[in-house]
Design a protein. Structure first.
Length: 261
């Protein structure tokens, strides 16, 4: 036998067995990210027009939570973190039930962008739901006398996000987040956050609009404001996300089953 023996064969994957998990994600991962969401709920980044409430910085990482934990575990983590934030940081809670809904929809939607086998078609069902929500939103605005042009401009972040999600750009964004190149990861997180938060905003707006029926003057006032707010969410998500994903890769922490990064 030669002094040097080379063993070849299929690469083995080492996994940690045992411990409670949800949808393939360890519960301690969910607890940690729920705590991060709660902490960021203390930091406001924008004023909710009309009510004077504040948007929390945690909105910028809801998609990131879904990309890290997967759709189900991500929605649970963001929902729990936001729920705790409602009690500990009421100055950014807004409408509590709506805030929790936005958090869960955002993380679940982000988690369904997986490029792996298994649940990669969950996005299709979500797309149908978002199309219905946009239809109801627009129809109610028209019935309230809002002009089509105003609706088109006022719902820009919603329909632009829906197009990004329904078209192959969804998979392209997921591939960028999964890339080993920092620039592509940065691009993927930015546009992914814009897309996901625009869709979660739609899911909230279709409810609140039926509740408050704001007039066309409010639509006109919000047209330049909402894209800026979504841009800030995207910048926050990108700034935090690229560092979190780089750190997770560097320490070699076991990825949850449904993780996208």
């Amino acid at each position: 036998m030669s002094p040097l023996t080379v063993t070849q064969g299929e690469e083995r994957e080492v996994k940690t067995l045992g411990g409670a998990s949800l949808d393939g994600t360890p519960l301690d991962y969910i607890v940690v990210l729920a705590a991060v969401v709660t902490v960021l709920a203390f930091i406001p980044f924008s004023i909710t027009l009309g009510s004077g409430g504040l948007f929390p910085m945690s909105q910028g990482i809801f998609p990131l939570v879904g990309w890290i934990l997967g759709p189900v575990a991500g929605a649970v983590a963001s929902g729990i973190g936001t729920l705790i934030g409602v009690f500990l940081a009421p100055h950014t809670a807004g409408l509590p039930l709506i805030s929790i809904w936005v958090a869960m929809v955002a993380s679940f939607t982000a988690g369904t962008m997986s490029i792996a086998k298994g649940r990669k078609y969950w996005w299709f069902g979500l797309t149908l739901i978002f199309v219905i929500e946009l239809f109801l939103y627009v129809r109610h605005a028209l019935s309230n006398g809002v002009s089509p042009l105003t609706i088109f401009a006022g719902s820009f972040i919603n329909w632009s996000s829906l197009l990004l999600f329904a078209l192959p750009t969804r998979s392209l964004i997921a591939k960028c987040i999964n890339s080993q190149k920092p620039l592509l990861v940065t691009i993927g997180i930015f546009f992914g956050t814009w897309m996901v938060m625009g869709l979660s905003h739609l899911s909230a707006a279709v409810i609140t609009y039926y509740m408050f029926n704001w007039p066309e003057e409010t639509w006109l006032f919000l047209i330049p404001i909402m894209p800026i707010e979504n841009l800030v969410r995207s910048l926050i998500g990108t700034f935090i996300g690229i560092r979190v994903i780089s750190g997770l890769r560097a320490i070699g922490l076991m990825k949850p089953k449904q993780a996208i990064y």
